[in-house]
Design a protein around this ligand. Structure first.
Ligand SMILES: [Zn+2]
Length: 337
């Protein structure tokens, strides 16, 4: 019998739970609405019930390595406390890990959702052969994760990797984190819609104004469609996304000289609209990048690769399942769930 683990991806709208074996094969998957409005106790109870039902179903499938749970927000890894979460409003200074462990009667690994996504891409996606990589997830916000020596780099308290809150415009748009000009304010889906609205308000984007009046969906995806149709104002917004990413990534290349930077999340599907501006700007912002950019004439050389994620919305789910498999220390308790 092989080893398998349970991965949980708790988002603001969906709760997804999977049983995954040590080769990365999906054994089972459950998706339910994360009814965040009904409060954290309700969400935790739903999650634990679903975990228990999957474990019961797979009792004969192999040995359970553990349970990994990806949660959006700042987590104090020492205590398993969710300090603050943008998508789970009542999870403030909430000892989530302790509550979950009490309900399940066993230990779990609680991890930031972007760190889980980084691990998923490292295990089965774009970073498959990489020991060191960085991931950016461009969604409602911008998440980040670092993998160093094959492991999530958590920092002192488990809060490392907040790459969406690295400043790319010193006097830029205010950010929910309290700072201003964060990457999240220029490269998230929310930012794309805001920048489109700003362009309309400035009176310099007649094509976007027309679109906003018409039936085009006024979303990051809708603006991407306009960019595809050669609407210049929509294209300029995605070029700005690319330049902002280049400033953020360029700083990381300069600091860490890692071989791979992966861009995932919903906005990454607009890759061809922001990538040309991003690569152009990267060469300016990081001389290390320009010295190590992929060179078709020298494919054997070590290169800095900036690439699109491959796992889609499953990265966090698989990454969460991978975490217990990497634990070297014995679990604090091994009672069955
Ligand atoms: Zn911020």
């Amino acid at each position: 019998m092989g080893v398998y683990s349970i991965g949980v991806d708790l988002g603001g709208t969906n709760l997804r739970i999977a049983a995954v074996d040590s080769e990365g094969k999906l054994l089972d998957k459950l998706t339910t609405g994360a009814e965040v409005k009904r409060g954290r106790d309700f969400v935790i109870t739903e999650m634990c019930n679903a975990i228990q039902s999957l474990v019961a179903k797979h009792r004969d499938s192999g040995q359970l390595a553990g349970i990994g749970i990806g949660v959006p927000g700042f987590i104090d890894m020492d205590t398993g406390t969710v300090m603050r979460s943008p998508n789970l409003p009542d999870w403030v200074n909430f000892p989530a890990r302790q509550q979950i462990e009490q309900k399940l009667g066993t230990t779990v690994i609680l991890e930031n959702d972007a760190n889980s996504a980084a691990m998923g891409e490292k295990w089965l996606g774009a970073g498959r052969n990489m020991d060191d990589m960085v991931i950016y997830t461009l969604g409602t916000g911008v998440g980040g994760g670092l993998i160093l020596n094959g492991r999530v780099w958590r920092g002192m308290k488990g809060m490392a990797g907040e790459l969406g809150h690295i400043c790319v415009e010193p006097e830029g748009h205010p950010c929910g984190c309290g700072s201003r000009g964060c990457l999240e304010q220029y490269a998230s889906a929310t930012a794309i819609v805001r920048m489109a609205q700003e362009a309309i308000d400035s009176g310099n984007a007649p094509d976007l104004t027309e679109a906003a009046r018409g039936n085009v969906e006024f979303s990051a995806r809708g603006i991407y469609q306009l960019a595809l149709q050669s609407h210049q104002s929509a294209r300029r917004i995605y070029q700005r996304v690319g330049r902002a990413l280049a400033i953020g990534i360029g700083g990381m290349v300069n600091a860490l000289n890692l071989p791979m930077y992966v861009i995932g999340g919903g906005v990454s599907s607009a890759w061809e609209m922001f990538a040309p501006a991003m690569f152009e700007e990267l060469k300016v912002r990081s001389s290390i990048y320009s010295l190590t950019a992929p060179d078709p004439a020298n494919p054997e050389q070590k290169h800095t690769v900036v690439t699109i994620a491959l796992m889609g919305s499953d990265a966090g789910l698989y990454g969460a399942a991978r975490l217990p498999m990497l634990e070297t220390q014995p679990a604090r308790s091994s009672a069955p769930v």
